[in-house]
Design a binder for this molecule. Structure first.
Ligand code: BDR
Ligand code: CA
Length: 308
């Protein structure tokens, strides 16, 4: 199976994504590294540990990474979607993390996972790209051990944080490094696609009824679902990060278009916007703009249900 490392800021949809990876025999999760984003780093790290504990996966190391963006302060968090604790107010209902975070921290834990792996590792960042940018800066020699990077983030159309998608907006300089200087294949799973995969009431009911772990996950999602209803008047939630993990699990599930992408790093209103450039003006990013969205949602649900 393909070795992967998930870099994450749980986050309700991050929780869905992590559980999807754990439920997928095609991949082996070698580490879960954490980053600031939806909530502060202390919470995202504790949440990652709780999700692994819920799934009885104390064998997967957790390591905390960047608490801040590379250059400028974070402008906003996403508690309105994910709750003050990042897991819809349900973090304390989940089992406490079974092990302490790895003292080496996220960047060195990722580096160690790359070095130790016989096969190249797929990195799946589903939050701000700060840790991945640091990894590429500190360990450029390890890019040969990275098979690909599959990132949930960016948007070619509208953003969800002003002009930008949230993960890009949190650390535009880091996103710029990863999208333009990674030296490894990068797949970007943007908002344009993830918003086309809303999980509706039938999907959520099926999840809630699938067993105790899925039931807990459904309770974690409840606050996010209420936030969608209040904001958009719809009873459906986008499980953004899980769409990226599915592409890492089943490469080719998403249809991509090769485009150079640059990130607006100025301090104006478009900060963090990901802009497709004319081809030839930089390395191509595989931008996932299309998929059979019904299949994507069905596949995610089917796999989560295996967790019981
Ligand atoms: C991204 O922002 C976060 O709130 C989600 O977890 C996801 O990674 C979507 O824009
Ligand atoms: Ca996330």
């Amino acid at each position: 199976s393909t070795p992967i490392v998930i870099d994450t800021d749980p986050g309700v949809d991050d929780a869905v994504a992590i559980m999807l990876a754990l439920a997928s025999p095609e991949v082996e999760v070698r580490a879960v590294t954490t980053v600031f984003g939806n909530v502060a780093l202390e919470s995202t790290t504790a949440n990652a540990g709780r999700i692994l504990a819920l799934c009885d996966r104390a064998d997967v190391p957790v390591a905390a990474g960047a608490a801040r963006p590379l250059v400028h302060p974070q402008r906003e968090r996403a508690q309105q979607w994910h709750g003050g604790d990042g897991l819809g107010g349900r973090a304390s209902a989940l089992p406490v993390p079974a092990v302490e975070p790895d003292a080496r921290g996220a960047v060195e834990t990722m580096a160690a996972a790359l070095r130790a792996s016989a096969e190249p590792v797929t990195l799946v960042p589903i939050g701000p790209l700060t840790n991945v940018a640091l990894l590429l800066a500190v360990h450029p020699d390890l890019t040969s051990k990275i098979a690909r990077i599959v990132w949930m983030g960016g948007s070619l159309g509208a953003g969800n944080t002003g002009a930008a998608e949230f993960n890009a907006h949190c650390d535009p300089e880091a996103a710029h490094r990863v999208l333009t200087q990674a030296d490894v294949p990068v797949t970007m799973v943007p908002l344009d696609l993830t918003l086309r995969c809303p999980a509706g009431p039938d999907w959520l009911d099926a999840l809630a009824g699938a067993g105790s772990r899925c039931g807990e996950l459904a309770q974690v999602i409840a606050h996010y679902r209420a936030a969608y209803r209040a904001r958009y008047g719809m009873d459906a939630v986008a499980v953004h990060d899980a769409v990226a993990v599915l592409e890492a699990v089943l490469p080719g599930t998403l249809r991509t278009t090769a485009l150079p992408v640059e990130v607006a790093c100025d301090l104006g209103p478009a900060r963090g916007a990901t802009v497709a450039m004319p081809s030839g003006s930089g390395p191509d990013v595989q931008v996932a703009l299309d998929a059979d969205t019904g299949e994507v949602l069905a596949e995610i649900l089917k796999r989560l249900q295996r967790l019981g």
